[in-house]
Design a protein around this ligand. Structure first.
Ligand code: GLU
Length: 292
């Protein structure tokens, strides 16, 4: 059964923007006869108890999902196996650069700022040997394209850079761009709905899926929630989590629904006339009540 998904990182409580994206992932999946699967991306940035609170918040909004929650940390062997497949196919190289070295290296003329400058791509075996003694290597993709085009249901065709991005960090932890591709495929995900801050990573992920022989999912990147200053909404902006809002007597579903132009008092009612074509294309500016 094809599926959509929601994949929060358990780094803290979900705020209004996260909750709104979850609602949209649910609506996209359910309105197209898909299952919705849930994955906790707990390889990094884990705060004790956060995942459980996130799931409780989703349920409180009336969202449901299919099958057990997948904890990404249970998939480490599969992530490593995918890296191995690429290493054995000659699609990778070892990289010894520090973040600082990358920032300070001149970027290749046609590469956007911040993309990997290629320092370790063509080390000789002797150079590699010498650098291995200094620090553990990260594994980077040896990309053979400069960019890649994906189709997004809300944004149309989007072309973005594909540099030699990291697959596995020097400390052995596999990178988000790899794990997301491997786990989405494992969970049968063929529809990815998420915040449009992840749109720039999407060409890399689609390219990687192609290299691994995995189907590229359908994408819909939805506008983020911003604070009044135009920055991505964050906890420090005030009262923004479900628990905090409920304590103030504010109904979270009403708030999210009105930001999307939905009428009706439940996600089930929204589902009945959900139409992606009518979704706002602009970010949602939130004016949260002050905390404390
Ligand atoms: N876990 C990631 C995050 O919360 C999102 C992964 C994704 O939707 O691709 O930022």
């Amino acid at each position: 059964m094809p599926a959509g998904r929601y994949a929060p990182s358990p780094s803290g409580d979900l705020h209004l923007g996260n909750l709104r994206t979850a609602v949209l992932a649910w609506l996209f999946a359910r309105s197209t006869g898909r299952e919705l699967v849930l994955r906790v991306d707990d390889l990094d940035r884990v705060r004790a108890g956060a995942a459980e609170r996130q799931l409780a918040d989703l349920r409180a909004l009336g969202l449901d999902w299919d099958g057990p929650v997948l904890w990404q940390s249970s998939r480490v062997d599969a992530h490593r196996a995918a890296v191995r497949t690429l290493v054995e196919a000659g699609r990778t190289f070892e990289c010894f650069c520090t973040r600082r070295e990358i920032q300070e290296a001149p970027t290749a003329p046609h590469h956007p700022p911040g993309s990997y400058p290629g320092t370790c791509r063509d080390l000789t075996p002797a150079q590699r040997e010498a650098r291995r003694a200094e620090r553990p290597a990260a594994v980077r993709l040896r990309s053979d394209v400069e960019d890649w085009t994906v189709h997004d249901l809300l944004r149309g065709d989007v072309t973005g850079p594909v540099d030699d991005f990291v697959l596995q960090r020097g400390d052995g932890v596999t990178a988000y761009n790899l794990t997301v591709v491997v786990d989405d495929a494992h969970q049968g995900v063929d529809q990815v709905v998420r915040g449009d801050d992840l749109l720039p990573s999407t060409p890399r992920q689609a390219y990687l899926a192609t290299l691994l022989g995995l189907a590229v999912p359908q994408y819909a990147h939805v506008p983020l929630a911003l604070n009044p200053a135009g920055a991505r909404l964050a906890k420090r902006d005030g009262v923004v989590t479900r628990t905090e809002l409920v304590e103030r007597g504010i109904d979270v579903l009403t708030l999210i629904g009105s930001s999307l132009g939905f009428h009706g008092a439940s996600v089930q009612e929204w589902l009945a006339d959900f139409d992606p074509a009518r979704l706002p294309h602009e970010p949602w500016i939130v004016h949260p009540p002050a905390a404390g």
